[in-house]
Design a protein around this ligand. Sequence first.
Ligand SMILES: NC(=O)c1ccc[n+]([C@@H]2O[C@H](COP(=O)([O-])OP(=O)(O)OC[C@H]3O[C@@H](n4cnc5c(N)ncnc54)[C@H](O)[C@@H]3O)[C@@H](O)[C@H]2O)c1
Length: 252
Amino acid sequence: MTEIGNELDGKVALITGAARAKGQGAAEGRLFAARGATVILTDVLDDEGEKTAGQIEGAEYLHLDVSAEDEWDAVVADVVARHGRLDVLVNNAGIARLGRLVNATMEDWNLTMAINQTGVFLGMRAGARAMIEADNGGAIVNISSVAGMEGLFGSTAYGASKWAVRGMTKTAAKELGRNGIRVNSIHPGFIDTDMLAQGNFDDDQMAKMAKSAPVGRIGTPEDIANMALYLSTESAGFITGQEFVVDGGWHG
Ligand SMILES: NC(=O)c1ccc[n+]([C@@H]2O[C@H](COP(=O)([O-])OP(=O)(O)OC[C@H]3O[C@@H](n4cnc5c(N)ncnc54)[C@H](O)[C@@H]3O)[C@@H](O)[C@H]2O)c1
C-alpha cells in the first residue's frame, strides 16, 4: 500500500498553465512536489513560471503554449528524455473571455477554443502517446469548470470549450483504460486566482459569490489541487471518465 504523504514518489508530473503563483496549477505543483513527484510547470508566462518553479523543491519550468502542436511534442519528448517517464498530466491552462452571446467576437471564440479545447486535445494526445510508450500507465486530469456542467450567463465560448473538455475526457478514458491510463475532469466553481481577479468584482459581488455556495466561501487553489492529487494517485485507481465538481456545493 502506498504511504500517505509519498503517494507520488518516483512519478513525473507535467502541469500546464502553472506560472502564476496564486493559480491552481502552481498549487498543484506545490502539492505534487510535497508528495514526492518531480514536477514540470509549464506556461507562456516564462518569467513568472521560472520564479514559481524556483520556489518549489523538485520543480522545474518549461515554456509550453498549449495551443501549439509542435511545442507539445517537443516538451513531452524533452521531459521523457531527461526524466525517463511521464506519469501525470494536468491540463490546467485556460482563459476566460466572458461576455454576452450577442457581443461575442470571432477572435474571442477562436482563441478560447485554441487554448481551452485544442490545448486539452493536444495535451491528452501527447501525454497518452508517451504514457503508452513507457507502459507504466498514468493519470490525466483535465480542468474544466462548472461552466462545463450547466449553462452560465456570459460564457458561450468558455462554456462550449469546458463542455468539450468534459466530453473529450470521457472518450479518452474509454480508449486509454486498457493501457492503465485514467482520465478524469475537475469542474471548479469560483476560485480565488488571478482569473477571478480579472473580473474586477467589487466586495459586494465577491460576498454574493461566496454566499452562493452552501459552504459560504470562495474556493482556494488548494481545494482544486487536493482533488487533482487524489485523481492522480492509486487511491483513485478504479475511477476514470468521471467529472468532479469542486465548488462548495453551488452546482446541483
Ligand atoms: N478561477 C476560477 O474561478 C475558475 C473556475 C473554473 C475553472 N477555472 C479553470 O481553472 C484553470 C486554471 O485557472 P486559474 O483559476 O488558476 O487562473 P490563472 O489565470 O492563474 O491560470 C491560467 C493559466 O493559463 C495560462 N495560459 C493562458 N494561455 C495559455 C497558453 N496558450 N498556453 C499555456 N498556458 C496558458 C495563463 O498564463 C495562466 O497562468 C483554467 O482552465 C480555468 O478555466 C477557473
